[in-house]
Ligand binder design. Structure first.
Ligand code: AMP
Length: 397
């Protein structure tokens, strides 16, 4: 069976066509700048192809992707009907969706009710689903939610100590994100430990441009660092993570900023970018290695925010079998992994510096022989997880 995984953003469309018989990626790519005067399409099979032209909307973008997939020279399928299912990455499923689901009209209208919780992301995701359903009408369409994996959190982890009516009336609570990634790497970790998922406790550290950590007990998320929105928790590329909640009020009152300007500052101009003027950790690391004082302090702030969250999830889980590093920084930065795991032997965490060295493209253990807790680097694969969940949903119909 071939599954097309789609991730529709407000002006972009990421896609991957996977042959589920062997998990082989037949084609993948991205359409960017949808709706602007000139858009860009990237298409990769064994060869790479790019084109620049206007893509007025998501429909024109996906129609072109579909043409390329069936193209005589560059195509990987003969007929669109070979795509039996589409798995749609959807950011916010609220409390409505605790698992992936076959999309029908009722599901779509429930998804629309979740728009207030993710006003930037969910409308684009829904557009992607509607467009794909019209272009691939014979395929089954499955929604896979970033929030679903964290729906197992207990109330003590997801409720905020604000007036109860805001939860009851407006659904303000912790939801958590990156669920497909936390689920994927925690399952891989259980395999690496040679145990079943129900028998292991894992702390999954997903650090990319966005970053979150989850405490996963017996295969279920019991806490995570992101909150109602992806702004909470760790220091990120451009997002501030946890700060004193009174700071937005202070900025509006004393700096004459509007609440929209503060929102922009905390989401797009904070985090590593706010501290150093650069959000790309590769550049910050280069300056850190060269002894730059600003970047050294920023790296310490960054690693310390991760270290504190790992420590708190030890308390939440009681016992921990493994810590997993994943995503752009987690997989590639031996410096960050070392900074996070240093001076943690009291918790049974000891990294092996030589095993840790370098970028990792395969699952690997980087803890020392004597470390009570295993430290793994596991490349995440959210597309494969979405495709697997799509298949699971279809199996259970
Ligand atoms: P992601 O959002 O998972 O794609 O991760 C993007 C982040 O990973 C960016 O901040 C990159 O700078 C970071 N990253 C990618 N490669 C490296 C590397 N070799 N060393 C440090 N950070 C990296």
């Amino acid at each position: 069976m071939k599954v097309l995984v789609l991730n529709a953003g407000s002006s972009s469309l990421k896609y991957q066509l996977i042959n589920m018989a062997d998990n082989h990626v037949l084609a993948e790519g991205l359409v960017e700048r949808i709706g602007q005067s000139v858009g860009k399409l990237k298409y990769k099979t064994t060869e790479k192809y790019e084109e620049e032209r206007p893509f007025p909307n998501h429909e024109t973008a996906l129609v072109r992707v579909s043409e390329l997939l069936q193209d005589e020279k560059m195509g990987v399928i003969k007929d669109a009907n070979e795509i039996e299912a589409c798995g749609h990455r959807t950011v916010h499923g609220g409390e409505e969706f605790n698992h992936s689901i076959l999309i029908d009209d009722a599901v779509l209208s429930t998804m629309k009710k979740c728009i207030p919780l993710a006003p930037l992301h969910n409308p684009a995701n829904i557009t992607g689903i509607e467009v794909a359903a019209s272009i691939f009408p014979k395929a089954k369409h499955v929604g896979v939610f970033d929030t679903a994996f964290h729906q197992s959190m207990p109330a003590k982890a997801y409720k905020y100590a604000i007036p109860a009516k805001f939860y009851e009336e407006d659904h303000i609570r912790r939801y958590g994100f990156h669920g497909t990634s936390h689920l994927f790497v925690s399952r891989e970790a259980a395999t690496m430990l040679g145990k079943e998922q129900k028998d292991v406790n894992v702390i999954t550290v997903h650090i990319g441009n966005g970053a979150s950590i989850a405490a996963v007990k017996g295969g279920k998320s019991i806490d995570t660092t992101m909150g109602m929105t992806p702004l909470a928790g760790l220091v990120m590329g451009t997002r501030c993570g946890d700060i004193d909640p009174a700071i937005p009020y202070f900025l509006c009152k004393n700096k004459d900023l509007t609440i929209d300007e503060v929102d922009q500052i905390l989401n797009k101009e904070s985090g590593m970018y706010g501290l150093t003027g650069n959000s790309d950790l590769r550049d910050i690391e280069d300056k850190f290695i060269a002894g730059d004082a600003v970047c050294t302090e920023a790296m310490e702030i960054y690693a310390y925010s991760i270290k504190k969250a790992v420590g708190s999830y030890f308390a939440a889980l009681g016992t921990v079998d493994a810590i997993v590093f994943t995503a752009g920084v987690g997989e590639n930065s031996d410096i960050v992994r070392k900074m996070v795991c240093s001076d943690m032997s009291g918790l049974g965490i000891e990294i092996d510096e030589s095993k840790n060295e370098g970028r990792k493209t395969n699952n690997i253990e980087v803890s020392s022989e004597s470390s009570r807790v295993k430290i793994f680097v596991i490349p995440t694969n959210e597309e494969l997880e979405i495709a697997n969940q799509t298949i699971e949903v279809l199996k259970n119909l």
